[in-house]
Design a protein around this ligand. Structure first.
Ligand code: BG6
Ligand code: MG
Length: 212
């Protein structure tokens, strides 16, 4: 029986996926190359340094030292945080806020399961910090999605076992992570087309159709 719902953040609760992409594009253009939408999809769910490696596939310059790569990741994060700093509670749709409240009314515990180290900052900016019963994010994991660690920690923080949890994700890597952790997975957006997803949701509130 499902007792807990674990939500990815970027691209599910808030549309910060666009900010990640804009920040990576800006970093890439300073190095003299462009990024396309196909790359953006591959960045979903994976850690900052793994994202950098994907982004740098398009870089044709001399090979970069680890120190230089870390400086590039910091640069991208600084650009990204400028976008985040401008976020307000209006960046969460009424659908999302009302669905989370309704899940609580129905007795579900809800957690965040995000690879991002900026997750708590985002939750504060959009006034959702008090809404989640538990937060598992990039600051408490050593392996990022598709490894299940972030979701297993979220279940543990909720006091539930994996079988009692469903994950809501916009990333293929996130659906793989949920399945690797023995959890149900609901895909939203492109991840809804992924055959490993147990449910496909077109709109956020569609969750309420099967989480009675
Ligand atoms: C995930 C995003 O939520 O967080 C990835 O989907 C991102 O694109 C990852 O790379 C890490 O985020 P941050 O905020 O720690 O750089
Ligand atoms: Mg996501």
């Amino acid at each position: 029986m499902i007792k807990g719902v674990i939500f990815d953040l970027d691209g599910v609760i808030v549309f910060t996926d666009q900010f990640h992409f804009k920040a990576w594009k800006q970093m890439a253009s300073e190095l003299g190359f462009c990024l396309d939408e196909e790359v953006n999809h591959r960045l979903r769910g994976v850690s900052r340094m793994e994202s950098l490696d994907i982004v740098l596939e398009g870089y044709k310059g001399a090979s970069l030292s680890q120190k230089k790569k870390e400086a590039l990741a910091d640069k991208k994060n600084n650009i990204y945080r400028e976008f985040l700093a401008a976020m307000t509670p209006d960046d969460v749709t009424d659908q999302v806020r009302e669905t989370l409240a309704e899940l609580h009314r129905r007795g579900y515990r809800i957690a965040l399961g995000s690879s991002s180290k900026n997750a708590r900052f985002i939750l504060e900016k959009v006034a959702l910090a008090e809404v989640f019963d538990a937060v598992s994010d990039g600051t408490n994991i050593t392996k990022s999605k598709p490894d299940p660690e972030v979701f297993l920690k979220a279940a543990e923080y909720l006091g539930l076992c994996p079988k009692e949890c469903i994950v809501v994700e916009d990333a293929y890597a996130g659906i793989d992570a949920a399945k690797a952790g023995n959890m149900l997975a609901a895909g939203i957006g492109k991840a809804g087309e992924y055959d490993k997803a147990d449910y496909c949701i077109k709109k956020f509130e569609d969750l309420l159709d099967f989480l009675k």
